[in-house]
Design a protein. Sequence first.
Length: 88
Amino acid sequence: MPVPKSEFGTLPPCDFYTPEELLEEDQMYTVYEIARLLQGLEPDAEIEAETEDILLDWAIPWIMVNADDLVVAEPRTDDEPGYYGLAA
């Protein structure tokens, strides 16, 4: 159910990192690592599965919106996720 804006203190703008701000030029990242980076965490930070699920809700749309600025690499093995990096 919608909530009135007046119930919240401050409402900063919804501002996300650009791919260039978030990713290192010479590195490739899994969606899980991108999810952590979007929250200011280290790519290998240990988090609970429930938290990771929530972070993925942010990361997947971010990847889709920024797809023109990214490249994708297929998984190297069947049990590995794909990787994303900055487009050259």
